[in-house]
Design a binder for this molecule. Structure first.
Ligand code: 4NP
Length: 150
């Protein structure tokens, strides 16, 4: 199983999703490959946003070594699922030609299908705390055998 997490910049939300999923997979010894990327090329090769690094660290997860990258229909066509953070990510992937059936929004997994809000312009850490908690609970639901949809 191969799962790609997708947001706009690949520096705030999807690196958190990747880090949380990696931790879950490691702890449960699962055979699942994960990665993350952005629909934009604005932060290619940059580390995650300092605030995402800090909130992940607070919960024992190190995402500081991740590097931003942009999704490509050429090299990213063979993932089983594309887990996007919001409706605009989903629209962008469909417009790029990715298969609609493989695209799921993270909020489908226990957040009433809500978008994970873009925290980039937040002025304080509370927004990042909320985003971390939302991503964390949805990823746990996504992998949990009782509620799993994947
Ligand atoms: P992300 O957040 O999509 O969660 O990584 C953003 C990061 C940067 C920008 C927008 C959203 N930006 O406009 O540069």
């Amino acid at each position: 199983m191969k799962i790609l997490f997708v947001c706009l910049g690949n520096i705030c939300r999807s690196p958190l999703a990747e880090g949380i999923a990696r931790e879950y997979i490691k702890n449960k010894n699962l055979n699942i490959e994960v990665d993350s990327c952005g629909t934009s090329g604005w932060h290619i090769d940059e580390p995650p946003d300092r605030r995402s690094i800090d909130i992940a660290k607070k919960y024992g997860i190190d995402i500081s070594k991740l590097k931003g990258r942009q999704i490509s229909v050429y090299s990213d066509a063979n993932w089983d699922y594309y887990i996007v953070m919001d409706e605009s990510n989903k629209r962008d992937l469909i417009n790029m030609g990715f298969q609609k059936e493989k695209i799921k929004k993270l909020g489908e997994f226990g957040a009433n299908n809500a978008d994970v809000p873009d925290p980039y312009n937040y002025k304080d850490m509370q927004g990042f705390e909320n985003v971390f908690n939302m991503i964390n609970s949805c990823i746990n639901n996504m992998f949990d055998s009782k509620t799993k949809i994947i």
